[in-house]
Design a protein around this ligand. Structure first.
Ligand code: SD4
Length: 329
């Protein structure tokens, strides 16, 4: 498997076309399965580039993966222009920006928050749940009170421009049970997985979730095993896309267990995607994507539809990579 990944990388690297630089990084015009010899950090979507660089500041000094992933995704949570992560995110149908996040370390310790409003760094609240409480998940008012007690910074949400967009949307969308449209615009998240120089894994996942979701809806992102899973003996996986579908197959846990059985990261992600496809009659707009890394530093991704890409940072690389996929969008 190791050899296959390595050769595949070599072959594709030769054939690949560099499209254009975004934020100073290369965008590769083809997908591949790759391998890193040293520390590595991977994260979902284009915002992952900046996030990876913050994570890398921790990893390059020999720091721990858990600190790297927290520092990394905090960059995305702080970005007020990001409409799918943190306090710049789009609200639910009732106008509330409700945030979901989770974190998991190399000892399989984990923490999570969901349906959290007005706190700038949900990922750090999730970490505090992991480190300071006997629990794994806090939601809603309880999560908020916990964050306030610890002195976490607050913000008023939605941001004025986001509120305006939601008000316009609401005028056009009066049917409560109408399925909100899912597309690249209203549906992103940052899931980040990292291996440090000690060979230890951690991951973090944070989102404002499905734009204009029902009030009270929680997706896969704060659910350990769905949006994120780490097992230090095997590797780590994270997910993005339609949370409801990812939860149905305990997606990230499934990917890690498949890697335990010997699947490469790409093949494990592909198998999870195939399972999602087999369980849904209607695949309209049902985008789901998995990203994984194994103990040997092999990494890969797979999505239902084209269009998913991930950011990769190692000692020698800092770029976006297109995921393999089942079908065209
Ligand atoms: C959710 N999985 O709330 C998240 C959203 C997402 O790409 O990842 N979108 O369902």
């Amino acid at each position: 498997m190791k050899r296959r990944s390595f050769f595949k990388l070599g072959a594709v690297a030769g054939a690949v076309s560099v499209l254009k630089p975004i934020n100073g990084a290369q965008i590769l015009g083809s997908s591949f399965e790759g391998k890193s010899e040293g520390p590595i950090v991977l994260s979902t979507w284009i915002h992952g580039l900046e996030a990876n660089r913050a994570a890398w500041k921790v990893l390059e000094k020999g720091g721990k993966a858990i600190d790297a992933v927290e520092q990394g995704v905090k960059v995305t949570e702080s970005d007020l222009t990001n409409r799918s992560v943190g306090i710049g995110g789009r609200p639910d149908r009732d106008g509330h920006v409700t945030l979901d996040a989770c974190i998991m370390d190399e000892q399989s310790r984990c923490g999570s928050v969901a349906f959290l409003e007005g706190i700038i760094h949900p990922i750090s609240v999730a970490r505090a749940v992991m480190e300071k409480t006997q629990h794994i998940m806090l939601v809603g008012e309880g999560a908020k009170q916990f964050a306030l007690d610890l002195g976490f910074k607050t913000a008023k949400t939605p941001l004025p421009e986001v509120k305006k967009e939601w008000q316009d949307w609401k005028k056009e969308n009066k049917d409560l049970f109408k399925k909100p449209e899912i597309n690249h615009e209203n549906h992103d998240t940052i899931g980040m997985i990292a291996m440090d120089s000690n060979g230890d894994f951690s991951g973090a996942c944070t989102t404002s979730g499905w734009a204009y979701k029902m009030h009270g809806r929680v997706g896969d992102s704060p659910i350990i095993g769905a949006g994120l899973f780490v097992d230090n003996e095997v590797g780590a996986a994270t997910a993005t896309g339609l949370g409801e579908a990812i939860v149905r197959i305990a997606g990230s846990h499934t990917v890690v267990e498949l890697m335990r059985q010997g699947y490469t990261p790409t093949d494990a992600c592909k198998e999870a995607v195939k399972r999602i496809i087999s369980k849904h009659k209607d695949l309209t707009n049902l985008q789901c994507c998995f990203l994984a890394i194994d103990k040997k530093g092999n990494y890969g991704a797979y999505s239902v539809y084209s269009g998913f890409n991930f950011a990769l940072k190692t000692n020698s690389e800092d770029k976006m990579v297109d995921s393999e996929f089942d079908r065209n969008w």
